[in-house]
Ligand binder design. Structure first.
Ligand code: FES
Length: 149
């Protein structure tokens, strides 16, 4: 038996599907890799031109990214973008991951409305900054002891 709440959720989903791809709706309503984790090998906190912020954590095995997490105070499409970029980066080398672009995130999401495309850029820029942090930490691992994330 479906409740009024279930029906309400279905209505919201149907409205979202008029604007966004099924993948965007899925990643917005069921974001993957949401949250931080201890002992990350790289971290970034980036604020986009719209004022929204994304934080990202990466865990490495050698030069391979084995785990990624994110949080954001942005809108649904920012959540979908963070969710997608933390999925597609898994099992990539740092060099491969550095090549992940806004377009890659948009393609994986099945596109975003033009006014939301910058959300994918925030996600790919946050990933790049977290990768640069991984590389910096590899050069100077002693700095990790002073990290507060
Ligand atoms: Fe600001 Fe999406 S509206 S990143």
């Amino acid at each position: 038996m479906t409740s009024a709440w279930d029906e309400f959720q279905e209505q919201i989903k149907a409205q979202m599907m008029e604007i966004y791809s099924e993948t965007v709706v899925d990643h917005t309503l069921n974001p993957r890799n949401l949250g931080s984790f201890p002992d990350a090998d790289g971290y970034a906190n980036i604020t986009g031109p719209c004022g929204d912020t994304m934080e990202m954590w990466l865990k490495l095995d050698g030069n391979i990214i084995i785990k990624a997490g994110f949080i954001t105070d942005g809108c649904g499409t920012t959540i979908a973008s963070g969710s997608m970029v933390t999925e597609i980066v898994k099992d990539k080398s740092l060099a491969e991951a550095l090549k992940i672009s806004q377009k890659d995130v948009l393609d994986a999401l099945g596109g975003l409305p033009e006014e939301s495309e910058h959300c994918a850029l925030l996600a790919s820029n946050t990933l790049k900054a977290a990768i640069r942090d991984c590389l910096a930490m590899q050069k100077e691992p002693w700095k990790k002891a002073y990290r507060k994330y």
